[in-house]
Write a protein that binds this ligand. Structure first.
Ligand code: MG
Length: 110
């Protein structure tokens, strides 16, 4: 295994760790703490995202991966479009999130 393969393996592992923490949050809640641990699932997701970004930064620094674009709007719009579609399909409950509340407040200010 060379350094490129090693770093890519680390990146894959960090992606899996983010997914694992997200799955725990879906099962037990963002604010849940596993017995004996001091961090919530939300904090654990943030920590693993930090690990993921750190490894990505190493790959970027080595010139192996391009710089991550920080233009979030296109992806966020796409996700919101699919959330609206899911509501029409009845697969997304009307339960409110901070994101949905913020968007609806903004619509009313027009
Ligand atoms: Mg990690």
């Amino acid at each position: 295994m060379n350094a490129q393969e090693h770093l890519l393996t680390c990146l894959a592992e960090e992606c899996a760790e983010v997914a694992q923490e997200v799955a725990k949050a879906l099962r037990f809640g963002l604010d849940d703490k596993k017995p004996g641990q001091d961090r919530t699932n939300a904090e654990r997701i943030a920590s693993e995202m930090g690990d993921l970004l750190a490894v990505y930064n190493m790959l970027e620094h080595e010139g192996l991966l391009p710089t991550v674009t920080t233009c979030f709007a296109p992806k966020q719009m796409k996700v919101e479009q699919y959330m609206a579609y899911a509501r029409t399909r009845g697969t997304l409950s009307p339960a409110r999130t901070a994101l949905q509340s913020d968007n609806q407040e903004g619509e009313g200010r027009g």
